[in-house]
Ligand binder design. Structure first.
Ligand code: HEC
Ligand code: HEC
Length: 344
């Protein structure tokens, strides 16, 4: 009898301890409902990029293959032509949540998050939750692609996929069933209710609106307030005086993270570039030498402007917008390559 009482006490203690260790959000059961479906049930307007099952041969599995390997099995059962010999979509886009706060695009918070989760820090936004966005290629992107292309892609995710396949990946256009496949894959990465930081009270409010039909618009507005509906994009200018830079105190330890999580993602062993970078002294000295100079190798220049694809040398570097990398992080990178340890 005593053993039973003791075991019950230990178990209760363990249970209480476990619960104390959890944050309030984690106590909520996992809610795998799609945010889009909940919004639809509440009467929100539909997206113009819902998957069209009537498109023959299209599937999420094929879309995922295109995203990661550049090709898939075509209608006649053989492998399709590789979309781009240079890039794969994952060179520039993550497929998981990359912002700790889904309402914001904050490069510093994202860098810390990327480090914690071992994610690359890239020029393109994550495609997780992309189907929950309303507009694409926002703000300054028309300056890069012109009004005609950017406007077409602005309110149309299918056009945005195509624009990026040609413009970013520097490859052949995707066929309709391939675009639909990529889209189907993106729908597998849509936001779930558990991804949004809803308090138990807010969740109850949404469920109440679903049950009773009262305050539906309030519930819709609440859900929309929990994530950004577009990825803002404002171009950066390199500092006019490259010696003085942006005039901010750089933090070498943060610059190291920028270098390792971002630059090396493409440049290490020339994975997605011809120009090799490594953690050896040679790479860092090269960057250090060019940073404050008016040369095409200056990091100020390539980060803010990117590089242009040249005929016969189509690899190019996409620029970072202020939402993807801000002046502080650029100065941090400079401080890292100029840190005394690297000055040898
Ligand atoms: C060389 C880098 C690069 C590659 C490769 C690349 N992208 Fe992009 N992509 C970008 C950048 C930069 C943007 C700019 C907008 C943003 O993401 O904020 C972008 C934007 C997009 C957008 C619009 C996102 C938005 O919210 O504005 C879509 C959709 C997209 N890419 C799909 C793809 C697909 C599909 C592939 C593969 C076929 C691909 N991309 C390959 C860099 C790239
Ligand atoms: C999405 C992939 C990608 C990322 C991330 C990236 N680069 Fe690049 N970078 C390229 C490509 C592609 C080129 C074009 C020249 C080439 O192929 O080597 C380039 C060119 C450059 C050049 C000019 C080299 C030349 O031969 O003209 C420098 C310098 C450079 N990158 C530095 C950086 C730094 C610093 C970072 C991190 C802040 C970075 N890159 C991040 C892909 C990338």
């Amino acid at each position: 009898m005593r053993i039973i009482i003791v075991s019950v006490l230990i178990l209760t203690g363990l249970f209480a301890f476990q619960n104390r260790m959890r944050t309030p959000e984690e106590v909520l059961p996992q809610d795998n409902r799609n945010v889009y479906d909940v919004l639809q049930s509440l009467g929100d307007s539909a997206a113009n990029h819902t998957f069209r099952p009537e498109v023959k041969y299209a599937s999420a599995v094929k879309g995922e293959e295109i995203f990661f390997t550049g090709n898939t099995t075509g209608p006649n059962g053989t492998k399709t032509k590789i979309q781009s010999k240079l890039f794969k979509c994952w060179a520039c886009h993550n497929t998981v949540i990359e912002e700790p706060d889904l309402t914001k695009y904050d490069p510093e918070a994202r860098l810390r998050y990327a480090k914690e989760k071992h994610l690359p820090f890239l020029q393109g936004t994550t495609v997780y939750g992309i189907v929950n966005r309303k507009t694409f290629y926002n703000n300054d992107y028309y300056k890069k692609y012109g009004h005609e292309l950017a406007d077409k892609a602005h309110r149309n995710l299918r056009e945005a996929i195509q624009l990026c396949a040609i413009g970013c990946s520097q490859g052949r256009p995707l066929e309709d069933w391939e675009i639909e496949s990529v889209l189907a894959y993106f729908w597998t990465l849509q936001y779930k209710m558990s991804d949004l930081s809803l308090t138990p009270k807010e969740k109850e409010m949404v469920d109440e609106a679903l049950r009773t039909g009262v305050d539906k618009q309030k519930a819709i507005d609440l859900l929309h307030s929990k994530y950004a509906d577009h990825s803002p994009a404002h171009f950066l200018l390199p500092p006019a005086d490259r010696k003085a830079g942006f005039g901010l105190q750089g933090r070498p330890e943060v610059g190291k993270d920028v270098y390792e999580l971002s630059c090396l993602h493409c440049h290490k062993n020339g994975r997605f570039a011809y120009y090799y970078l490594d953690t050896d002294g040679y790479s860092l000295r090269h960057l250090r030498y060019h940073f404050p100079r008016f040369t095409p190798y200056s990091s100020y220049q390539v980060i803010c402007w990117g590089t242009a694809p040249l005929p016969g040398k189509k690899f190019y570097m996409p620029q970072y917008t202020t939402e993807r990398m801000n002046p502080q992080l650029i100065e941090d990178l400079r401080a890292y390559v100029e840190s005394p340890k690297m000055a040898k």
